[in-house]
Design a protein around this ligand. Sequence first.
Ligand code: F6P
Length: 321
Amino acid sequence: MIQTIGVLTSGGDAPGMNAAIRAVVRAGCANGLRVMGIQRGFQGLIDGEIKELTARDVSDTLQRGGTFLQSARCKAFMEEAGIVRAIEVARVFGIDAVVVIGGDGSFRGARDMSRLGMTAVGIPGTIDNDINCTEYTIGYDTALNTAMDAIDKIRDTISSHQRCSIVEVMGRGAGHIALSLSIANGAEAVIVPEKDFSIDEDVIKPIFACRNRGKKHYIIILAEGVGKAEEIKAAIHEKTGIEARISVLGYIQRGGSPTARDRMEASRMGAHAVEILLRGCDSRIVALQNGEITDIPIEEALNMKKSISESDLALTRILST
Ligand code: F6P
């Protein structure tokens, strides 16, 4: 029987992580569990940066961006010795299960802990929305809305100057953020790492096609995993004569107060993680499937790369005309 759970955030922070921590703490307390907050992810677990969180300790956190538990990328967790040490420290604090909020790297850590004897479950928290088997990851909606506002502002300027803007957005090796924004911002082209591309076919040709239809400014959304922003900029200038500017949105996409959607999904997911533990399950992550909160084995989420939406790609092409 689980009596004390630890909760940590790991990897890149994402808006809504605080809402998820709050839900784990309050759902845990409501079910008679003790909840321990672990600072700085797996590194803080190894270093024993752990203290009890009561329902009151998570007041005034729901609306805050980032993660008040802080996060870290932990090299020691790549080695079995680091994980064994973390489990020993967790036991000293009386922890018998850990809730890990993070992305795929963090879930590997959770799976490894569970293989070595510590019950662990995961909550998908990353702006990238790149976890297989879940339609949603905490932070995605806020990141999209923040980037969408920024690109709307860029549009005002490129429209005034009849220029082209190459906007590089985050997503690591995935193009979900870029693709969603290409629809939300009405981009002329989108380039994602999941698809091979040629500058002539996928950038220059759409620019000429749009120019022939009377367009005077162009937005190209580029997922960071592709790189090549400078190459694309130079080709646009050389082949079309249009002036291009690169804007890298960077960390602005990771910060800020979470949207209603992120607060709600994070709250549901946090409470569900506690439910998984109360059922006596191990090595599972919370997932959103067909709009419903459920849970799946961590291994299933890690085994396959999430595919990009072909219909959204086709939609961007149609609507950019
Ligand atoms: O996973 C979230 C993310 O913001 C990615 O989109 C990005 O590639 C990466 O983290 C950046 O990582 P770091 O926090 O090390 O700058």
